[in-house]
Design a binder for this molecule. Structure first.
Ligand SMILES: Nc1ncnc2c1ncn2[C@@H]1O[C@H](COP(=O)(O)OP(=O)(O)O)[C@@H](O)[C@H]1O
Ligand SMILES: CSC[C@H]1O[C@H](OP(=O)(O)O)[C@H](O)[C@@H]1O
Length: 400
């Protein structure tokens, strides 16, 4: 850790001033920390004209827990590198990296403060017409261009090594696949949910499907994933969509990011049952969320298939019908990971405000039960899906 020092606002200003190229010489800079994520510090630095940049620094531990949970600083390198790599493929939907220093675990990013974090917007029942197409295109393009369909085998193997991310993957392995199904102090949920949790933990068919999904996560370096596509990692406006925070990035199964995104839309869908807005508004929101899921699925599938038909460089993988076969497995994985996200965000360590901010205990409990049941059914029935329409119909059959 030589050379590393944790920043405060004063040190950030010194660092940025020393770099020299972000603000006019002699400008008076101000800086404040406003990170609300689980892991890192996030500072905004601005001059008197309100020009601004974001300085993000990893701490040698998880911010939400403290020094008792040490965590590699290398996550900052991974995050900046994934943003840069994905940004080469999808510049309009990836936050721009302006500077990175691996020793200090510091990344300077464009300030996206003119946009809003999607989770908060969905919680206020705001809708975004561009969202599903932007996310579908981002997920399809990044996952295709970093897959064996496109990369030379040696190039891909080198990238798999560069993006080996064992400590952050271990967090996902624990939080998604292990913790919800065992007693650990990291979990938290109301005691009234204990019977539902016990039922999950004793469902042998479910545990086998969880094992398959974990094995796939551990053993399938299909593409360079973002690794944490939840609605708190997406900035939106009516015209723009920007992904941030891919520190969990690594080479894993293509369905993981797609499933995480849809899982977060479904968490919001479940929460709409108990939110304070009038019923018609909540119903409209649920219709929007289902439309968004349907068009994300169909947009992802169509874009990926087109790329596979026109851009595949590997000779064997060009075999007629192989891309369709491969995509069916991607969809099934996505449904499974979507179910895992619903369950782990309801009873595990990291919850979502969509549900936790519901003030009424009884209403919140009902939502939590819905999310658990939906997650369980999606995991159990994922292998029945062969098309995006099958996925949509499966979701529809269990959401109400
Ligand atoms: N490029 C950015 N522009 C503006 N705000 C940002 C930017 N990146 C992060 N933030 C703010 O900081 C918060 C935490 O960032 P995030 O990357 O999710 O941190 P963590 O890695 O700790 O989860 C975001 O919710 C957002 O409000
Ligand atoms: C201790 S990490 C828990 C949880 O937090 C991460 O999200 P974020 O960094 O965006 O807050 C990730 O989803 C992890 O699973």
């Amino acid at each position: 850790m030589s050379g590393y020092v944790a920043f405060d606002a004063e040190k950030v200003i010194d660092y940025v001033t020393h770099l020299g190229h972000f603000f006019a010489e002699g400008e008076t800079l101000s800086c404040y920390e406003f990170g609300d994520g689980n892991l890192n510090l996030v500072f905004r630095v601005q001059d008197t004209q309100r020009n601004s940049i974001i300085v993000k620094q990893a701490l040698p531990y998880a911010r939400c827990v403290g020094e008792s949970w040490p965590l590699t600083l290398d996550r900052a390198r991974i995050e900046a590198s994934v943003l840069r790599r994905h940004g080469e493929i999808c510049p309009t939907t990836t936050a721009k990296v302006l500077h990175h220093n691996s020793e200090l675990a510091v990344t300077i990013l464009e300030d996206l403060g003119q946009l809003h974090i999607l989770r908060g917007e969905l919680n206020q029942a705001h809708t975004f017409p561009q969202l599903s197409q932007d996310i579908a295109t981002y997920l399809a393009k990044t996952s295709f261009y970093f897959s064996s369909f496109y990369l030379e085998p040696s190039e891909k193997k080198a990238l798999v090594t560069e993006f080996t991310n064992p400590e952050l993957c271990a967090i996902t392995e624990d939080l998604f696949f292990d913790d919800p199904y065992r007693d650990t102090e990291r979990n938290h949920f109301p005691s009234a949910l204990q019977a539902s949790v016990n039922a999950l933990r004793h469902n042998k068919a479910l545990l086998i499907e969880i094992a398959k999904l974990k094995a796939q996560f551990l053993n399938a370096p299909e593409t360079l994933l973002h690794g944490d596509v939840h609605t708190g990692s997406i900035f939106v406006s009516a015209e723009q969509t920007k992904l941030i925070d891919p520190e969990f990035g690594f080479f894993g199964p293509i369905g993981f990011d797609l499933g995480s995104f849809i899982g977060n839309l479904l968490l919001n869908y479940c929460a709409q049952h108990a939110r304070i807005e009038a019923l018609p508004k909540r119903r409209n929101m649920q219709v929007y969320l289902l439309d968004c899921i349907a068009s994300t699925l169909s947009g992802f599938y169509a874009t990926w298939l087109k790329l596979a038909k026109t851009q595949t460089r590997d000779l064997s993988l060009q075999a007629e019908g192989y891309a369709e076969y491969f995509l069916t497995k991607v969809l099934q994985d996505a449904v499974g990971y979507c179910g895992c996200e619903l369950i782990r965000r309801t009873i595990g360590l990291a919850h979502v405000t969509d549900i936790d901010d519901i003030e009424d205990d009884t209403a919140r409990l009902e939502v939590q039960k819905r999310a658990l049941q939906l997650g369980e059914q999606l995991i159990l029935n994922a292998n029945k899906c062969h098309t995006t329409e099958d996925v949509y119909q499966l979701i529809i059959s269990f959401v109400n």
